[in-house]
Design a protein around this ligand. Structure first.
Ligand SMILES: [Zn+2]
Length: 83
């Protein structure tokens, strides 16, 4: 999806983008799905950070879940910077 320009989403450390993301959803348990966003360049700060993805029962990628996934993206980027 494409976001309008904003300063609430952390910039991708690889390419500086913070408006174009791909939303992903994966069922990880019977009643639990992980929802996360990947940068347009393919960078995924949550890929090596277990527990950093948003967990949802149904794993839908509606606006509310994407909002949560973007919060997780922000956290993961912050973590990345501090490592
Ligand atoms: Zn990027």
């Amino acid at each position: 999806m494409k976001l309008s320009p904003n300063d609430t989403v952390a910039k991708c450390p690889k390419c500086g983008n913070n408006t174009e993301f791909e939303a992903n959803s994966l069922q990880v348990a019977e009643d639990c799905c992980e929802v996360w966003v990947v940068c347009a360049c393919g960078f995924d700060p949550t890929s090596e950070l277990s527990g950093s993805r948003y967990e949802d029962t149904w794993g839908g990628v509606d606006n509310a879940n994407i909002r949560m996934a973007l919060d997780c993206w922000n956290d993961a980027i912050a973590d990345e910077v501090h490592r």
